[in-house]
Design a protein. Structure first.
Lengths: 144, 154
């Protein structure tokens, strides 16, 4: 198996930052830092419950923007990726995370942190289907 | 007011973590999800770092009777492993494996918008709205169909 060159310290460090964010949010405000449910609460939310969600997401974007601005590093956009397929992917992510009540941050970071069996199962399932799908799309259909 | 401040700061740390760790790059995520190509272990380390923090700190946090600046913890109440959980995870995994984005990195796309931002994000939001709409409609329909059983004492 070929292993890509990667930076374990940045990966670990970034993960620690994400985990710390989740701890702060739970400890100080009692909320789970699950992005899909955060969004869901904006899409179909009760009035008083929306501002903190919007501000969390605004902070998220700001964090990314500040780093990208400071380093000049921006992700490469894919040029050969079919837009309809990306839209289909987005739709699936939206429906799936809403139906399953969580995503990588909700079930993964927070759910596993709470030792939730539901989250453990969810993570196994979405990792499994994620891997299968990626293999099919990239090697079955040659989409990159 | 404090909740607002905390939310911004926590969000900022979250976003910083996403971008520092490389999770805003679909190539890295798909590099992990696709073991047949050149495998990228980054996501494992990110999840490891994040869960390493939460699994330890949550124990202490959740021992408290309440959060520091709120009345109560808002934790998911469901405990059963049911069909919606599994089906939802299947669909989410499929979308993730196709796009290389999950909700967090999807929102992060707004930081340096490209064509992917304007395709993925609206689609994801539409998916959320679609599911929530259908779920609400089904709840209302069930209530209408059997109003007596819905209110009968057990």
């Amino acid at each position: 198996m070929l292993i890509a060159s990667f930076d374990p310290l940045s990966a670990l460090g970034g993960g620690i930052l994400i985990g710390t964010s989740a701890v702060l949010l739970l400890w100080l405000t009692g909320r789970i830092a699950g992005i899909s449910n955060l969004l869901g609460g904006i899409v179909g939310g009760t009035a008083g419950d929306v501002p903190w969600r919007l501000l969390f997401l605004a902070g998220l974007v700001a964090g990314v923007a500040v780093f990208q601005g400071a380093t000049g590093l921006v992700p490469e956009t894919r040029v050969a990726f079919p837009p309809w397929l990306l839209a289909a992917g987005g739709l699936l992510v939206g429906v799936g995370t809403s139906l399953g009540n969580g995503c990588t941050s909700g079930h993964g970071v927070c759910g596993l942190g709470r030792l939730s069996l539901r989250s453990f199962v969810a993570v196994l399932v979405f990792l499994g289907t994620g891997i299968l799908t990626a293999i099919v799309v990239r090697h079955g259909f040659g989409v990159a | 007011m404090v909740r607002i401040l905390v939310s911004v700061v926590a969000g900022f740390l979250f976003g910083l973590g996403l971008v520092v760790s490389g999770m805003t790059q679909p190539a890295r995520v798909l590099g992990f999800l696709d073991p047949l190509g050149v495998w990228d272990p980054t996501l494992l380390f990110v999840l490891g770092g994040a869960v390493g923090v939460t699994v330890v700190a949550f124990r202490f946090v959740l021992r408290r009777p309440a959060p520091l600046f709120a009345e109560r913890f808002h934790l998911p109440e469901a405990t059963r492993i049911d069909l919606p959980l599994v089906a939802g995870a299947v669909l989410f995994g499929a979308g993730w494996g196709i796009s290389g984005y999950c909700p967090g990195p999807g929102v992060a796309l707004l930081a340096s918008p490209t064509w992917e931002t304007w395709v993925f994000l609206p689609a994801m939001l539409a998916g959320i709205a679609l599911h929530r709409g259908v779920a609400a409609w089904r709840q209302a329909a069930t209530r209408q169909k059997s109003p007596i059983s819905a209110t009968a004492p057990v």
